[in-house]
Design a protein. Structure first.
Length: 178
């Protein structure tokens, strides 16, 4: 619920709820300060059933979009980047996950890291952090059987340049490619 109340999307979809369910959630906040289009005052929720015969698990919905629609820009969310910086020390590459800090401490850490993100990561003229400024999407590894030989053993690890770039942008240790 916290995420729904924070993001205030116009629509919220969920799957595998064991039944089809529709609801309208009214956001009753008095005032919202954001650097984006005004969030919705209500959220239309749609939950779909399990993927089984005779169940309502798939639905096609037409959604009106404002016209003219500018070319979309894939961008990083500053708060999400701050969350990644704040909680990076708890990122585990083993089967054991260290306990996370309590919510109040985590929120304080994210607020501090949001200041870092705003001070250190350049935004474009529209206030966005375009992904393309930091990451070039490239093929990381050959596709299965692309060399004409299908192998049954575990393939080797490949360094992912997107992960390397992401960690460099956030000035955090690359725990994946190390």
């Amino acid at each position: 619920m916290d995420l729904l109340q924070s993001l205030k999307p116009q629509r919220w979809f969920s799957a595998h709820l064991h039944t089809r369910f529709e609801a309208t959630y009214a956001h009753l906040d008095e005032q919202v300060e954001v650097e984006a289009p005004m969030p919705a005052t209500t959220t239309q929720f749609l939950g779909l059933d399990q993927c089984l015969p005779e169940r309502k698990y798939l639905e096609v919905i037409d959604i009106d979009v404002p016209s003219p629609n500018p070319t979309p820009v894939i961008s990083f969310d500053p708060e999400w980047l701050a969350i990644n910086r704040a909680l990076h020390q708890w990122f585990s590459t083993t089967q054991y996950q260290p306990p996370l800090p309590d919510e109040q401490e985590a929120r304080a850490m994210v607020a501090k890291e949001l200041e870092w993100v705003n001070a250190n990561i350049e935004k474009d003229e529209h206030g966005f952090i375009p992904v393309e400024d930091w990451q070039t999407f490239v093929k990381t590894a050959p596709t299965l059987g692309s060399d004409g030989d299908v192998k049954e053993e575990q393939p080797p690890a490949y360094t992912n340049p997107q992960t390397v770039s992401f960690c460099k942008m956030l000035d955090i240790e690359d725990k994946i490619n190390s």
